[in-house]
Design a protein around this ligand. Sequence first.
Ligand code: ADP
Length: 211
Amino acid sequence: MRAEKPSSHDDPARLALLRYRIGPEAILELIIGDITTESTDAIVNAANSSLLGGGGVDGAIHDAAGPNLLAECQQIRQKRGPLPAGQAISTSGANLPARYVIHTVGPVWHGGSANEPETLASCYRESLRIAAELACVSISFPSISTGAFGYPVHDAANVALRAVAEVLQQPHPVTLTRFVLFDPRTHKAYARAAQQLMSIAELQMKIECSG
Ligand code: ADP
């Protein structure tokens, strides 16, 4: 993974933009912002298993998307029941700028010995798999599980960025992955995790670091 300088025509409203290159094609961005305003092809919702809305980023996405999003979620819920942690499904973006919302359920933090890292990594992998099925080239993620679900943000950031980097080292339709982080503390944790990831030997062969 190689750090890149944001170009001069980047929107100055994109606070604290950090940009990295993963492999030959993919760009990873970290910003501070509100994911509901993102115009990437897809945004990811940190949903709960009910799929019927909740607080945090889930509530913000439903508020901004309008009632059609909830109606789509209700239909999916009726068909397939609650969504287990680590899995993902997609809906339209309803009134959002994004074309699709990919809803995934992160793990609730139980201290780290209940498979939380694997479940969290699965959220990111499954979301990217669905984005590819939908022919998306860009996707925005929130920091899944680090709000109400209580996952320690530094650990979650490591799991999240590693999972995304592992997928995007391979040829993949998604060429822009943006983490839209809600506060400076979360952004700092992800920036630090990105720094650490750049120095992991086994990933470095494919994710270059240019300092
Ligand atoms: P979870 O239940 O998976 O922990 P939360 O929504 O409680 O999900 O929190 C996940 C993260 O999303 C937290 O860092 C929270 O601050 C952040 N968040 C809340 N609202 C937004 C938003 N509008 N855009 C981006 N991130 C948000």
